[in-house]
Design a protein around this ligand. Sequence first.
Ligand code: CA
Length: 257
Amino acid sequence: MGCKQDGVRTLQGGCGASGGVEIQAIASSGIRVLVVEDEDLTRQAIALGLRHHGLVVVEAADGAACLTQLKRAAFDLVVLDLGLPDLDGIRLAAELRHRSRLGLIVVTRRAAVEARIEALDIGADDYLVKPVDYAELAARIRSVVRRRGPPPRRQLPLGPWTIDFDARTVTCGDLDAGLTRGEFDILARLADAEGRVVSRDDLLEVMSRNPGETDPRSVDMLVSRIRRKLAGAAPQGELVATAPGYGYRLNIAAPEI
Ligand code: CA
């Protein structure tokens, strides 16, 4: 995973810039950030600001949602607000540091030196006091991620199967489901939706990247093949559910946010 900054495009306003000021949005770096903040507007603004600086952002509105998201997908770094309604931010930060090699940047209104020292003492990689400048936060995130080196492989459990997005495999122990490129692309798109419905048009668009795969009926055909290949080790129910007249979704719990 690199920090490519090519593909710069320009957007108008928002994201920490004053109204009407041009800011530059950078093509995705692939860095995955979980923003944990209970104030909706603040969280959404930080998420938008970071996305405009090329980061992939998932939002969590409290400590429980943060832990749920971390179980569900791999992240490079957590941006953590210390003032959360359900879990004390300092304790959550200590828990995150204890559990994984995640990068951790604390963002808080607590400006007191004691709060800064406490955050750094429990292992935060960096500390910013609100209001934050999104360009500075994005730069600090990139810096922490660079220092920490490549992230762990991105994997997602799906019933008895494990989807490995880097190796592009779906395995159950030693058993490889043997998905074709087209089948894996469809499954990966459904996995990215985290249990939400994906329309057949969206899936067709994914398929159209593969030469010769533009027949709308082939979405259903590929889904049916995926089901067949994954059914052997999943007698408890279909892993790919149909949303009649619309599309498909993975049979996993949707995020709480
Ligand atoms: Ca807060």
